[in-house]
Design a protein around this ligand. Structure first.
Ligand SMILES: [Zn+2]
Length: 157
């Protein structure tokens, strides 16, 4: 998977791969709807559950600014122990994100989908990667696919 940026493209890859990635630690990925073209970038980090050994919740952060390294906000947690009982709980959106915002509906769907056996042609999950030219972190689907950021695509194209 080292040079392969697409974790699951049109959900044709077995979901186990997506789960291992998402529910590992420090996962950063962009979920894109091929129907609307909209995409949202998230970070997920493991947090231990008090009094429950070997169990983890995950903090979920949403990219809300232009800096894809720094501009994240903690929007909620994936809770529910292991397997299919996991679900995303919305906690905080400041003044800009609400429980019905598309970015929240999207992460709920991604968590649900990660345990589904059904294909989901409208959803793409793009793992973060680095620009082949300058080494910057890439999260935008077009950049991840090209392995070049917008500036370097322009220079190298
Ligand atoms: Zn670059």
């Amino acid at each position: 998977m080292s040079t392969q940026s697409v974790i699951t493209h049109n959900c044709l890859v077995p979901q186990k791969e997506l789960r291992d990635f998402m529910y590992g630690d420090n996962a950063r990925f962009t979920a894109k709807s091929t129907l609307t073209g909209k995409h949202y970038t998230y970070k997920m980090n493991k947090v231990p559950v008090p009094d429950a050994p070997h169990t983890h919740n995950h903090h979920v952060e949403l990219l809300i600014g232009r800096d894809n390294v720094l501009d994240y906000m903690h929007i909620g947690d994936v809770v529910g122990g292991v397997g299919r009982s996991k679900k995303f709980i919305f906690l905080n959106g400041g003044d800009i994100i609400h429980s019905w915002s598309p970015s929240i509906r999207a992460i709920k769907f991604v968590v649900y989908h990660s345990f589904s056996r059904k294909a989901c042609p409208g959803l793409q999950i793009w793992r973060d990667t680095f620009c082949d030219n300058c080494g910057k972190l890439l999260t935008h689907p077009l950049s991840v696919e090209a392995k070049l950021g917008p500036v370097c695509r322009h220079l190298c194209g």
